[in-house]
Design a protein around this ligand. Structure first.
Ligand code: FMN
Length: 609
């Protein structure tokens, strides 16, 4: 049986030497982020952090609690693959017959485990040991983080947000960050594609206030479940019960008719007025960039309740790897059997961390008929939050997903640029900054499966078996620089593949387009390949950085050009001259001053760093 509450999970982490206590005084303004970021970026995700002494608050803070494979395993007493196996076992007990049945399987699969949430009528449950209403409410007393220097303020980063649909009365639970505006109000950042926003629109249409309750600091199954992309109408607390192998115990809020987890550390109760919006953000986001400020609903607090000695739970997101990568990995594994109920030909899939949830998925299929890869791409682009995927790569061999270098080599040796690349349109995560418009734009699918009868052969000339001897990095760079001095670096990756992958950097002045550089690059290379252009500041030796920039900075329709045996990809920062009219966000970086202060704090903390 899983943990009853966050406290039990923290105790287990400590017992397993997975938690580091920071006893020195730290500030929730940037310092906790800098320490957490260093920990997240240390090998394997480091340890969870427990900040005992936070300036200006009586409450301790825990971060990075999910931030390693080991801690995810401790959170659920199983690996994500183990959880997926358990779920698949239940689904297989009674195979669904029709599509409708398949979709209906999800709640069934979860409820069969008999771990429906339970309601307690207990007076003063743990989450309501202290009840604050009216003028007693003051969010300034909570150790809420300002994560990054360019953030619009302090943000609650790990909130479990409970709402109820107006039409069906069903519970929805989602994780949507909340910017603190003052003692009693915050933003409510549910993106338009999410179920929380859908319920909000129901209230808006009806012209009614929407009650909301937010739990901060819950047992790991409840926290994770809020992030899980369950279909609309499926109760995330059922998933939490399935994960912890015990029902979640819920209790009615003190000022709202919404149930909250009785064992939570903090509960914020209140409402959202559908007619009111306010600027939310900017915020240093999962993408490693600042997400733009925009108008979002406002959450008014009517009560804060908490345990007698609560722990405030937070996460810090930013350039991967961070804690959220391990949550995303859990979702990737757990949702495979669910995805397979709708597309059984999917053998496995991979969401690379550099793609930050929404940018890229690599999918291995059991191919049976012509156009099968295209069918999978269309299906995924219409399935729940997989619809956000900007790039899809379809292969046959699932072992390619285990080895990035083999996967790249396979793509470079297989793809016929003239026939295997599809550009389509669809929805994009609001965090995507590369598209011309927010929320929708271009997508790309690469079919790297073996051709079968009915599809025709890949054309040999398009695979470029050119006898021309390839040039070296320096030869090609020098030739380019003779024609254009803006080229600053070049690296040839996979030199022995039929096609090469060539990464170059340019000193692109603001207001200048990348196009002339890309054209020159394609013209000057003697052999075919994929040519990717980066900004001069990029370290071409850092493979993960190259992937992250390519996945996040590219709009497939605008930034990818195919000419016979050559594909050019523009992964630089875009501007008006490139045809990009929206502001381009900055990379997230900590200030040197905070880095210095944190150095000092960490010198006193002898273990763990
Ligand atoms: C740490 C973290 C923060 C998140 N913040 C947001 C957010 O601010 N807004 C949002 O719409 N989704 C956010 N998400 C993703 C959602 O929680 C996720 O898409 C979830 O499935 C939404 O639930 P829903 O479909 O029931 O609305 C976040 C995820 C994580 C792991």
């Amino acid at each position: 049986m899983g943990y009853k509450n966050l406290g039990e999970f923290i105790a287990r982490l400590e017992k397993e030497r997975e938690l580091l206590r920071i006893r020195d005084k730290v500030s929730a303004l940037l310092e906790i982020t800098e320490i957490t970021d260093r920990m997240s970026k240390s090998p394997g995700g480091g340890k969870a952090l427990f900040f005992e002494n936070v300036e200006g608050s009586a409450f301790p803070v825990v971060t990075n609690a999910f931030g390693s494979h080991r801690r995810i395993e401790l959170a659920f007493d199983a690996t994500p693959d183990g959880l997926a196996g358990r779920l698949a076992g239940i689904i297989k007990q009674a195979p669904p017959r029709s599509m409708l049945e398949k979709i209906g399987m999800i709640p069934k699969a979860l409820s069969w485990t008999k771990f429906f949430p339970k309601t307690t009528k207990r007076k003063a449950p743990p989450c309501q040991e202290v009840v604050l209403t009216g003028d007693e409410i003051d969010l300034a007393k909570l150790p809420i983080l300002q994560c990054w220097p360019g953030d619009g303020g302090r943000f609650i980063t790990l909130p479990v947000v409970f709402t109820k649909g107006l039409a069906d009365g069903r519970r929805n639970v989602g994780m949507y960050r909340m910017q603190v505006y003052d003692k009693k109000t915050t933003g409510m950042h549910w993106h338009i594609h999410k179920d929380g926003s859908h319920q909000f629109l129901e209230y808006k249409k009806a012209g009614r206030r929407m009650e909301v309750a937010v739990a901060i600091g819950t047992d790991p199954a409840v926290t994770y479940a809020a992030t899980a992309p369950l279909p609309r109408g499926v109760d995330e607390m059922m998933l939490a019960g399935f994960l912890r192998q015990a029902p979640v115990v819920m209790v009615k809020g003190v000022t709202v008719a919404i149930e909250v987890p009785a064992e939570a550390e903090f509960i914020l109760e209140g409402y959202v007025d559908p007619e009111e919006t306010r600027i939310e953000g900017p915020f240093g986001d999962h993408t490693g960039y600042y997400s733009a400020a925009d108008l979002y609903p406002v959450f008014h607090l009517t009560a804060v309740t908490h345990r007698k000695t609560p722990v405030y739970s937070a996460t810090v997101v930013g350039r991967p790897p961070m804690e959220d990568c391990y949550l995303a990995y859990t979702t990737e594994r757990l949702f495979l059997p669910l995805l397979q109920t709708i597309m059984p030909e999917i053998k496995d899939y991979l969401l690379p961390w550099e793609g930050v949830f929404h940018s890229i998925a690599v999918v291995a299929i059991e191919k049976e008929y012509p156009g099968h890869a295209a069918k999978i791409a269309s299906g995924l682009w219409g399935s729940g939050q997989m619809s956000f995927a900007k790039a899809l790569v379809i292969v046959d061999d699932p072992s390619l997903l285990q080895d990035g270098r083999r996967l790249f080599a396979h793509i470079l040796n297989t793809i016929d640029f003239s026939t295997d690349v599809t550009i389509a349109k669809g929805i994009l995560d609001v965090l995507d900054h590369s598209a011309d418009n927010p929320l929708w734009g271009a997508k790309i699918a690469l079919d790297a499966t073996a051709r079968i009868a009915g599809e025709g052969e890949r054309l040999a000339e398009n695979l470029d078996y050119s006898p021309v001897p390839p040039e070296s990095d320096t030869e090609l760079l020098l030739r380019l620089q003779q024609k254009e001095s803006g080229f600053t670096g070049l690296r040839i990756l996979f030199p022995s593949c039929k096609r090469r992958l060539i990464a170059t950097t340019i000193d692109k002045q603001r207001g200048q387009s990348s196009r002339p550089y890309l054209d020159l690059l394609a013209r000057e290379s003697r052999r075919g390949g994929i040519f990717v252009l980066y900004d001069a500041a990029i370290d071409l030796a850092d493979d993960s950085l190259l992937l992250w920039k390519a996945f996040n900075n590219v709009d497939p329709a605008r930034d990818i050009a195919i000419a016979e045996t050559k594909i050019t990809i523009d992964a630089t920062r875009k501007n008006h001259a490139d045809g990009h009219k929206r502001p381009w966000p900055d990379d997230i970086e900590m200030t040197p001053e905070i880095k210095r202060r944190v150095e000092k704090i960490l010198q006193k903390t002898t273990t763990g760093f």
